[in-house]
Design a binder for this molecule. Structure first.
Ligand code: MOS
Length: 738
């Protein structure tokens, strides 16, 4: 049978050739006729009001079409703050008033005949401000921390049992504060929007993780019907959360295009990625762990402070994993927000789990040392057999096997536990480990499958390709389900004219879209069989339905492959009209009855030169239970990419906020460091055999984000093992080790 011959295979990307030959069209590469180029001007103060923007000279410069400021920009309904819920909708800066909330906030848009004309003109725009005192000191502001109303539907606080009682009766207690800095997304492709109006219809070519979210949000902000907007995004050059929301530049491009009655292209420059389009907030996490002498946890408290902005609450949900990761009768978690004059943070690869697993997993390592217990043994001692927070069984969990497989492969047993006890040459060797986890999410998705008159199958879903492999894996799923070879199946995405799919965020695309694609493709196969057995001209006429299948693109008898009919011929005989089937899939009662998470175990070897304080990654061995893989090659690439992010988080990444002006000082890739090849060392990813058919009919969970989790904790723990220095503040730069 055809079923499942392609799904899971490590096939090359179906879009690989298009990408490496430059044929893949990214948002900024769409070329409408006669485009204008827009450039954002950003505030240079962190708080206050714009007294005056002098645009006269700039306006008269060559090539300048218009300069939009709060004095002349079109007024939008509700001041541009139409009630839109995250993730798609955010509170934006749309030139509706003179108030400045952070350094880097968009305050004007220059529109010109070329980018260079726009840049020239932007340089001579003069802005004067009435500056107000700004909140830029985290420690001063944290006294006024507030609780968010909710964290995407979850409560900011949780309580189970009595932490006080559990701590009072404990043999061992540790309590420490862990911090992570502001971090900023740096996908290869910066944000980009091309906006084109045809009368009152708007087309947006946008670099996004959510074409439908862009459509719905922009419609609301502009106050126009959704049907008047089409959003296209064939490829996204990396998202990682920053392209999950509609930010100000998207709407401003649409507004500018409407004003000048020409298409407008607006591409953010790299420095503009640091501020107006989100990032990971700074966190300060206080963790208390208590256990009995055998290492059984008796109490956990995890209090999180994270930064948001003056204009919106956005919470880094760092303590969510603490609610369920380990078995413990007494657990309390809390999230509070500090409001500085900075841009609003947002989802950044494993929001919450990345920062939270650093804090919790270092705390677990500290507890293991205090108890004199092996770190893996401590985790097994507190293994959660069910989700004790939600009081539900896990739909799947292979974490025990992950610990075992990765520890074996890594040869964890060679580790001598005492800090500074292992050496290679004059360098100290550190071995550390941590648990990885990320929730499994799944949303409602729709797809269509169509047999064209030429005998090829077209499958469409309005999903997104972030570089994760969506085109490839959905082609595999569709080909198996319809019974066609891969080369005859084409999968298209990234267009709001296609059936709706959810945001490609929360690692949910594979789990959400695959069942819809499978259902549509199966539906098409069944329709073709129905047509064949009802067609007197078909060799399969009046064959019992159950005896007919589609294999390698042919309709045939199951028991006699020579009795077959060509799908193209069938379409030809039935009038040459394409045959089309639509389907939709969504989670059912399993969402209420089970808790679904991916889990993993990360083991790290690194070397530290104690004279120089340098940390050199040697080896990461990580194993994951992430459900069934749709494509082993793209899956490994996702997980390894997540680990690279974890290395950056642990050792390199830190957005530096100027305490006087509120500017992110290192707003470029020369000074905001992300890992290069030499920083990474060897990475080995092992995926344990797991199939979660409770969560998703194909057994898929999700792999986009779990890869970053646990990595920073494992690295910090390895650094402690190497040096005896317990670093609780990321990143672990050399100044912390000398
Ligand atoms: Mo992910 S940070 O939800 O795109």
């Amino acid at each position: 049978m055809n079923a499942q011959t392609l799904v899971g295979q490590p096939l090359d990307r179906t879009d690989g050739v298009a990408k490496i030959t430059g044929k893949a069209t990214y948002a900024s590469e769409f070329k409408p006729a006669h485009p204008a180029y827009a450039l954002l001007i950003q505030s240079v103060i962190p708080n206050g009001r714009i007294r005056h923007i002098e645009t006269q000279v700039a306006q008269s410069m060559p090539g300048v079409i218009t300069i939009l400021t709060h004095t002349n920009a079109p007024k939008l309904p509700d001041g541009g703050r139409g009630a839109i819920n995250p993730p798609a909708g955010r509170v934006l800066s749309l030139l509706q008033d003179d108030v400045v909330h952070y350094n880097g906030e968009p305050i004007a848009v220059v529109v010109a005949e070329s980018l260079e004309y726009a840049q020239d003109a932007a340089r001579v725009v003069q802005v004067s401000y009435d500056q107000s005192p700004a909140v830029l000191d985290f420690d001063l502001a944290k006294g006024r921390a507030h609780a968010p109303d909710s964290i995407l539907g979850e409560k900011p606080d949780s309580h189970r049992g009595s932490v006080e009682d559990g701590a009072a009766s404990a043999a061992v207690r540790i309590e420490q504060i862990y911090t992570t800095p502001m971090e900023f997304h740096n996908p290869m492709e910066p944000h980009a929007t091309v906006a084109q109006w045809h009368g009152d219809k708007l087309t947006l070519y946008d670099a996004t993780q959510y074409v439908s979210g862009v459509k719905e949000t922009v419609a609301k902000v502009l106050g126009i019907p959704q049907e008047n907007i089409r959003v296209v995004c064939l490829y996204t050059g990396g998202g990682f959360g920053c392209k999950g929301s509609v930010w100000s530049h998207v709407v401003l491009a649409a507004v500018a295009a409407r004003v000048i009655k020409r298409p407008v292209k607006l591409v953010l420059a790299r420095p503009q990625m640091f501020g107006p389009v989100g990032g990971r907030p700074k966190t300060e996490q206080k963790i208390m762990l208590a256990s009995d002498a055998s290492g059984r946890l008796t109490a956990i408290r995890h209090d999180v402070l994270s930064t948001t902005s003056m204009i919106e609450d956005w919470t880094e949900p760092s303590a969510m994993l603490t609610r369920m990761l380990y078995s413990c009768p007494n657990v309390s978690t809390r999230h509070r927000l500090v409001r500085p004059n900075t841009g609003t943070p947002t989802f950044m690869r494993a929001p919450g789990e990345a920062s939270g697993s650093f804090a919790l997993e270092v705390a677990m390592d500290e507890l293991a040392y205090r108890l004199g217990i092996d770190p893996v043994a401590l985790r097994l001692q507190n293994y959660a057999e069910r989700d004790e927070d939600k009081d539900k069984p896990f739909s799947s969990k292979s974490l025990r096997e992950c610990y075992r497989v990765a520890a074996d492969r890594f040869n964890w047993s060679r580790r001598t536990p005492a800090p500074r006890s292992m050496k290679k040459g004059h360098e100290r060797v550190g071995l550390g480990m941590a648990t990885a986890s990320y929730p499994a999410h799944r949303g409602k998705a729709a797809a269509l499958a169509r047999l064209n008159a030429d005998g090829t199958v077209l499958v469409r879903s309005g999903s997104q390709e972030l570089g994760t492999g969506t085109y490839t894996v959905m082609t595999q799923v569709a080909a198996d389900a319809v019974g066609f070879p891969l080369r005859l199946v084409h999968f298209e995405l990234g267009d709001t004219d296609f059936p709706r799919a959810p945001v490609s965020g929360g690692s949910q695309t594979a789990a959400s879209v695959s069942p819809a694609v499978e259902a549509a493709a199966r539906g098409l196969r069944d329709r073709l069989i129905d047509l064949a057995i009802a067609d007197p001209a078909s060799p399969l006429y009046q064959t019992p339905r159950a005896d007919v299948t589609v294999k390698e693109g042919w309709l045939m008898r199951r028991d006699d492959g020579s009795r077959r009919d060509s799908c193209a011929a069938l379409v030809g005989r039935t009038g040459g009209q394409p045959v089309e089937v639509r389907a939709q899939a969504q989670p059912g009662s399993e969402k209420e009855n089970y808790s679904s998470h991916s889990f993993g175990a990360v083991f790290v070897e690194l070397h530290v030169d104690e004279d120089l304080g340098t940390v050199r990654m040697q080896n990461v061995v990580a194993s994951y239970g992430v459900g069934r893989l749709l494509n082993a090659k793209t899956a490994h690439s996702q997980l390894a990419g997540g680990i690279v992010w974890g290395i950056g988080m642990a050792l390199l990444e830190s957005g530096q906020l100027d305490g006087r002006y509120g500017r992110i000082v290192n707003n470029n890739l020369a000074e905001y460091h992300v890992p290069a090849n030499a920083d990474v060392g060897n990475i080995e990813v092992i995926v344990v055999d797991e199939k979660d058919t409770i969560f998703n009919p194909l057994g898929v969970k999700g792999i986009g984000e779990i890869g970053i989790t646990g990595v920073a904790g494992a690295i910090a723990n390895a650094v402690y093992h190497a040096t005896g220095r317990r670093v609780r503040d990321l990143p672990i730069t050399l100044d912390r080790l000398i």
